[in-house]
Design a protein around this ligand. Structure first.
Ligand SMILES: NC(=O)C1=CN([C@@H]2O[C@H](COP(=O)(O)OP(=O)(O)OC[C@H]3O[C@@H](n4cnc5c(N)ncnc54)[C@H](OP(=O)(O)O)[C@@H]3O)[C@@H](O)[C@H]2O)[C@@H](O)CC1
Ligand SMILES: Nc1ncnc2c1ncn2[C@@H]1O[C@H](COP(=O)(O)OP(=O)(O)O)[C@@H](O)[C@H]1O
Ligand SMILES: [Mg+2]
Length: 284
């Protein structure tokens, strides 16, 4: 039987950790964002910028060669490592000490990328957030799900979730199936939608922020970056997911009087993240 909890500001304040006055970038966590392919480097730019804007001390992006100049120009604060191949990822290798990795956005599902993803998950021990093509690759290769570290966060939209757990006939049925999936593979499922449910075994956390302005390209990529950034800072992974979803929605709610529903874009979600954090910190 599932237990439901509505995530409002009071619940978030129980989990939110302000940054210590003595902090430096070395203690704020190093996050790696792996993704991108020809024509979809924007997803990595959005995720890695959102990751930094969520408080991670250092962010590196792992991208195919064609994405190098784009990421360096769009987000100069982010460091970049490139794959050996030009247009998509064919092997994932790096020598970094990391606290969290976000993988899958804009990555595509080329057979070589699937192979690289398999070798990566087989070896990886770092806290992991998987989105978009990382999830699509797992849907095609369900036997790889058991390779993921316990409490890996997955962030599917409805179609990605359906590819993983099959169809459902009601919201209750979706939650039941996602709960079973979460328990079977020991994963935290962020079932994105309106509202978003974060499902950690029998616990179901219903988010209370966000609006239809988020129905715009790249808003999920931003969420991946936020959650990865919080995980890198050492949040318990369930809390990183819950807090990330809340802040992402809060940024869209705070932006609304300025952008309206139509003109809000994923970059606005990043731009308003500061105000979303301030709504928790009461700093004037
Ligand atoms: N600037 C960039 O670089 C960007 C790069 N991006 C990257 O692109 C890649 C592909 O990602 P993607 O999500 O567009 O593809 P995919 O999983 O096939 O879903 C599409 C189909 O699924 C459905 N569908 C979608 N959402 C749904 C929902 N909430 N609820 C229900 N259904 C939903 C919908 O199906 P329909 O409703 O039309 O039947 C739609 O046709 C990925 O790597 C991503 O990171 C993007 O982030 C954009 C910005
Ligand atoms: N109508 C809506 N109300 C609230 N949130 C929404 C709405 N539409 C989309 N979102 C949110 O926007 C994000 C979309 O993610 P996703 O579909 O992965 O986008 P993309 O792949 O383009 O980055 C999710 O966090 C989802 O919950
Ligand atoms: Mg997406």
């Amino acid at each position: 039987m599932e237990n439901f909890l509505q995530i409002d500001r009071a619940e978030i304040l129980k989990r939110f950790i302000p940054i210590a006055t003595s902090a430096h970038k070395g203690v704020q966590g190093h996050a790696l964002i792996i993704g991108g392919s020809y024509g979809k480097t924007g997803a990595v730019c959005l995720a890695s910028k959102a990751c930094l804007k969520s408080g991670a001390g250092l962010v590196t992006a792992y991208v195919p060669k064609c994405s190098y100049g784009i990421v360096q120009t769009a987000v100069p604060e982010v460091m970049v490592i490139t794959d050996d191949y030009m247009e998509h990822i064919v092997s994932i290798h790096f020598d970094l000490s990391l606290q969290a990795i976000g993988i899958g956005i804009g990555m595509g599902q080329h057979p070589d990328t699937q192979h690289a993803f398999f070798n990566f998950v087989k070896a990886n021990k770092t806290a992991l957030v998987i989105d978009a093509d990382g999830l699509n690759i797992l849907s095609r290769n369900k036997e790889w799900l058991s390779l993921l570290p316990e409490n890996t966060i997955i962030t599917p939209h409805a179609k990605e979730l359906e590819r993983l757990i099959g169809t459902w006939d009601s919201k209750e049925d979706m939650i039941k199936k996602a709960t079973l999936f979460s328990k079977e593979f020991k994963l935290i499922v962020v079932a994105k939608g309106a509202p978003t449910y974060t499902i950690d075994k029998d616990m179901v956390y219903e988010n209370t922020t966000g609006n239809q302005a988020l129905a715009t390209a790249g808003s999920g990529d931003v969420l991946t970056g936020i959650i990865t950034g919080l995980a890198a800072q050492g949040y318990k992974l369930t809390d990183a997911a819950i807090l990330g979803v809340y802040l992402h929605g809060a940024a869209a709610d705070i932006a609304l009087p300025e952008t309206g529903h139509h003109s809000f874009i994923a970059s606005d979600c990043i731009a308003y993240l500061g105000k979303a954090f301030l709504s928790l910190e009461n700093i004037q």
